[in-house]
Design a protein around this ligand. Structure first.
Ligand code: FAQ
Length: 314
């Protein structure tokens, strides 16, 4: 019997051959990637807002320079990811429109406020830490442009994670007030950070197909468990605690057990009802509208330059 295009495609995936933009792919594979990569890109761009809030208030010039560089890196990640999504046939303008109209999702985590300087340490340690746990396997994702973009993103994210840990280590050796500020930030960010991995496996509609297509290499719960196991050890070095009385090493499972996640909160946040959803979208829309003249000037300049080059060539 002759093999269908779909069977050839799955066979390539099974043999670990990367799919490139010009290769045949099922429409659903293309749509799944557009959804995931654009959501990822939007997360990087919206993710600049909570930290951007602290650039002018960072406690020293050194801390300001580091934070500025980190936020700039996130912008770069957003741009590589938009480029990767464009190879699938969607335009950047369409992706922005989906974000601004509220049709596209972005990571739940960026809908929480950054209330103190310690939050910047915790975002680096927990949020970038969770992002790395999720993104390292994406370096082996079946779609070439996504997998290649992830290699650089992950290198930069691991620097971000260490800078966050170092902020917390410094606070842990500081005054009582600094220690309690850091513990408060950990208490507020812990649960939202473990929600970043997405719904539990039996409530994750996309996981089975995405794993068959090797877009995802591990399930949401597997990655969440790995992150909890690593973080439960790291927090001991800092001398702080994670706000979960049920967090206990389970020798038989070889993993930490953990308490119940508030899934109602997670679904509320991704449906637009988190503490900062409205503020975040408003900030992006405002930046888009106020940047209109820059886009117009850049495109007028390109037209002029191309015209001049054509005249010279003629
Ligand atoms: N937030 O069936 P699943 C970062 C949605 S980057 C919002 O499990 P899937 C760097 C999901 O889209 C952080 N929505 O979905 C940084 C789906 O919606 P739909 C972003 C979520 O795709 C650090 C529905 O729920 N990273 O932090 C979330 O198989 C510091 C059902 O879920 C990525 O995007 C959520 N947490 O698995 C930047 C990584 N979870 O459209 C600045 C790439 C799920 O079907 C500062 N993405 N949803 O209605 C992925 O790995 C996957 O897309 C998952 C979700 C694992 C997020």
């Amino acid at each position: 019997m002759e093999k269908t295009s779909e069977a050839f495609f799955q066979d390539k995936i099974d043999r670990e051959i990367r799919i490139e933009p010009k290769d045949w792919m099922p429409e659903k594979y293309r749509q799944t990637l557009i959804r995931q990569i654009s959501q990822h890109a939007h997360s990087e761009i919206i993710g600049m807002l909570p930290e951007g809030n602290w650039i002018t208030r960072a406690p020293s010039l050194r801390r300001k320079a580091i934070l500025l560089a980190k936020v700039q890196d996130e912008a770069g990640h957003g741009l590589y990811l938009y480029s990767a999504a464009e190879t699938l046939g969607i335009s950047r303008d369409e992706m922005y429109e989906q974000l601004h109209s509220g049709r596209a999702k972005y990571s739940s985590i960026f809908n929480y406020p950054t209330l103190s300087w310690a939050d910047i340490g915790v975002i680096g340690w927990l949020v970038d830490g969770a992002a790395i746990m999720n993104q390292v396997p994406l370096c082996r994702s079946s779609f070439g442009p996504y997998a290649r973009a992830m290699v650089r993103v992950c290198k930069e994210e691991s620097f971000h994670q260490r800078q966050g840990f170092e902020i917390l280590l410094t606070l842990s050796r500081g005054t009582e007030a600094q220690r309690s500020m850091a513990q408060d930030a950990i208490n507020r960010w812990w649960w939202p950070s473990i929600m970043m991995f997405g719904p539990k496996d039996d409530e994750s509609p996309n996981s089975v197909q995405s794993m068959k297509w090797k877009i995802k290499r591990f399930s949401n719960d597997e990655l969440r468990q790995k992150f909890i196991d690593v973080t439960a050890e790291q927090v001991k070095v800092l001398g702080f605690t994670l706000p979960d009385p049920n967090l206990k090493w389970n020798k038989a499972r070889g993993h930490y057990d953990y308490g119940a996640i508030n899934w109602d909160e997670f679904w509320q946040v991704i449906q637009g009802n988190g503490p900062c959803n409205k503020e975040r979208l408003e900030a992006r829309k405002k930046a888009w509208e106020e940047g209109e003249w820059v886009r117009a000037a850049a495109s007028a300049y390109t037209t002029k330059k191309n015209k001049r080059n054509t005249t010279v060539a003629a």
